[in-house]
Design a protein around this ligand. Structure first.
Ligand code: UDP
Length: 234
């Protein structure tokens, strides 16, 4: 296998499946199966999950809620997703730990870097909930930061498009996909991979990112083995 320790970022929206809101149990199941395949190969897996299917901080301002308050609400939303995912992963036959950026002793452990690494070494899948625990960040930034902290080999951004395109493939029929691209080129072409905070963290720490379609069965396994899937940013 090419990658021994991965950080998988899943957006909250992905968990909705074809629903308009909330969590689609079939999608959770499907993701758990995909994660099991790489786990069985001996890969160490850490996951950051978003909360956009439930709540986003930017929504708050529109409804008259203070932005910071909204961001915390968004972080709590990620914990709901993380708990659902944890449960499904365990049902699928994996050992897991949920670590939170906000202390919530009754439902999860606080994030402690050394402990996180230990969990991975013991073969547990870890899920990072509640983002970094600070407002004005995103779960993409959480993915970059935690990946660096635990010395993951790569950040895998699972999305519903199969990589980074020259233009938005859902709008421009002539858009083509990059199989490889440099951090610098993403900047200079103004391409949208992650928010800039998240992206810059990866760049400055030489942490490669792969953007790929998480909904296609087998994709996660293939890319962990080193096959060309999605877009690799280095
Ligand atoms: N959030 C935050 N700090 C963090 C992570 C998340 O404030 O470290 C809040 C932010 O308001 C964000 C929301 O949690 O909008 C949900 O996360 P995100 O939008 O990244 O989820 P995704 O788009 O991946 O579903």
């Amino acid at each position: 296998m090419k990658y021994k320790r991965i950080l998988l970022k899943l957006s909250g929206e992905a968990l909705m499946g074809n629903q308009q809101y909330g969590i689609d149990p079939e999608r959770l199941d499907q993701y758990s199966q995909e994660i099991k395949k790489v786990k069985d190969l001996g890969v160490e897996v850490a996951i950051v999950i978003g909360g956009g299917n439930i709540y986003r901080g930017v929504q708050a301002e529109q409804s008259g809620i203070d932005r910071v308050q909204g961001d915390y609400m968004g972080m709590l939303a990620t914990v709901i997703n993380a708990m659902a995912l944890q449960s499904t992963l365990e049902k699928t036959g994996m050992f897991t730990r949920l670590m939170s950026g906000i202390k919530m002793e009754q439902v999860c452990e606080p994030f402690i870097r050394r402990r996180a690494v230990r969990h991975l070494e013991k073969g547990r899948v870890i899920i990072f909930g509640a983002g970094i625990g600070n407002p004005y960040f995103t779960t993409d930034s959480t993915a970059s930061l935690r990946a660096i902290e635990i010395e993951a080999d790569v950040v895998l951004k699972g999305t519903r498009v199969d990589g980074v395109y020259t233009a938005d493939p859902e709008k421009d029929p002539n858009a083509t996909r990059y199989s490889n691209i440099s951090f610098q080129e993403v900047y200079s072409r103004g391409l949208n991979v992650m928010d800039m905070t998240a992206f810059t963290l990866c760049k400055e720490n030489n942490l490669p990112i792969i953007v790929f379609d998480m909904n296609k069965p087998g994709n996660l396994l293939s890319l962990v083995k080193g096959e060309e899937v999605g877009t690799l940013i280095t």
